[in-house]
Design a binder for this molecule. Structure first.
Ligand SMILES: NC(=O)c1ccc[n+]([C@@H]2O[C@H](COP(=O)([O-])OP(=O)(O)OC[C@H]3O[C@@H](n4cnc5c(N)ncnc54)[C@H](OP(=O)(O)O)[C@@H]3O)[C@@H](O)[C@H]2O)c1
Length: 257
C-alpha cells in the first residue's frame, strides 16, 4: 500500500494500523518530501514502491491545485503502476439544502471553494477508483483541529460560535482508518459514503468534544452560518456499513463520558 499524506491526521492513523491488517506501507509523508503536484516525481515514487493500492489522503483546505492537480498526478501514477486508487473525498462536495441524509445517488453541489475543489478532484480520478467521502475527523492520538477549536473555545482562548445550522456526521479517525484498510482490499469503486452514525450540528459536536475533554459544554455558544455555508450534509453510510466489518460509530458513543 502506498499512502499520500502519511504524516497527516488520517494518513498516519492508516499507516499505524496497516501492518496489523497485513499491509506493507510506503508513502509520501508531506510536501517537504515530495509535492503531489509533481507528476513525474509521483510517478517514479509509486512505480518504485509497486503497490497494489494507492490511498490518497494528501490535500490542502486552501489550495485547489493540491487537491485537483495533485489528485490527477497520483491517479495517473497509480494507473501506470497497475494499482487501485482509494481517494479521500469530503461531505463538502454537497451543499445540503434539504434536511435529509445524502446517499451516493445524490448529485454533488458544493457551496464552498474547497468543496468545489474536492468535487473536481473526484472527477479527475481514474475509472475504477474508490471515492471515499467522509466527514469531520476526530479522536486520534492527538486532538484534531475540530477538537482543538472546541477545547480552546471552552477555555476562553478562542472567541467563536459553532454553527447550529450545519449538520454533519463526524467520524473517529480510527474507525475511518479501519474501514479504509478493509476497502483497500475490496472490489468496490465509485463514490462511497463513510462517516459516523450520528448527524450532529457543529455546536452539538463541539459540546460532546468539550465534555469529553473535561470542559464545560455550556461554555460554547452557537451561531448560524451565512447562505454560502454548507447546511445539512449528513452522509448516509448504509452502503459502506453493508460492506464493512469495521464499525462506523456515532460521536455520541465514541465521546461518551
Ligand atoms: N480533517 C477532516 O475533518 C476531513 C473531513 C472530510 C474529509 N477529509 C479528507 O480526508 C483527507 C485527509 O485529511 P487529514 O485531516 O488527514 O489531513 P491533514 O492532517 O491536513 O494531512 C494532509 C496531508 O497532506 C500533505 N500534503 C499537503 N499538501 C501536499 C502536497 N502539495 N504534496 C504532498 N503532500 C501534501 C500534508 O503534509 P504537509 O503539511 O507536511 O505538506 C499532510 O501530510 C483529505 O483528503 C480531506 O479532504 C478530512
Amino acid at each position: 500500500m502506498f499512502i499520500t499524506g502519511l504524516g497527516g491526521y488520517l494518513g498516519s492513523e492508516i499507516g499505524r494500523r496497516a501492518p496489523a491488517a497485513g499491509w506493507d506501507v510506503e508513502g509520501i509523508s508531506g510536501s517537504a518530501q515530495l509535492d503531489v503536484r509533481d507528476a513525474d516525481a509521483v510517478r517514479a515514487a509509486i512505480a518504485a514502491a509497486r503497490p497494489d493500492v494507492v490511498v490518497h489522503t494528501a490535500y490542502r483546505m486552501d489550495d485547489a491545485s493540491v487537491n485537483v492537480d495533485g489528485t490527477r498526478a497520483v491517479g495517473a501514477a497509480a494507473t501506470a503502476a497497475g494499482a487501485r486508487l482509494v481517494h479521500l473525498s469530503s461531505d463538502l462536495v454537497f451543499g445540503g439544502r434539504e434536511a435529509r441524509a445524502l446517499t451516493e445517488s445524490d448529485a454533488p453541489e458544493p457551496v464552498t471553494a474547497y468543496g468545489a475543489s474536492k468535487l473536481e478532484a473526484e472527477r479527475v480520478c481514474p475509472p475504477g477508483a474508490l471515492l471515499v467521502r467522509t466527514s469531520l475527523l476526530y479522536g486520534g492520538e492527538r486532538p484534531s483541529t475540530h477538537e482543538l477549536m472546541a477545547i480552546e473555545a471552552a477555555d476562553g482562548d478562542r472567541d467563536m460560535a459553532f454553527f447550529t445550522d450545519e449538520v454533519r456526521c463526524p467520524i473517529a479517525v480510527g474507525d475511518l482508518a479501519a474501514a479504509i484498510l478493509e476497502l483497500a482490499g475490496a472490489d468496490v469503486a465509485g463514490p462511497l459514503h463513510v462517516a459516523g452514525a450520528d448527524a450532529l450540528t457543529r455546536l452539538e459536536f463541539a459540546r460532546l468534544v468539550a465534555a469529553r475533554h473535561g470542559r464545560d459544554p455550556d461554555a460554547l455558544r452557537g451561531g448560524v452560518g451565512g447562505p454560502e455555508r454548507p447546511k445539512h450534509i449528513a452522509l448516509d453510510s448504509s452502503r459502506a456499513r453493508a460492506l464493512l466489518r469495521a464499525r462506523l460509530r456515532g460521536a455520541r458513543e465514541v465521546l461518551a463520558p
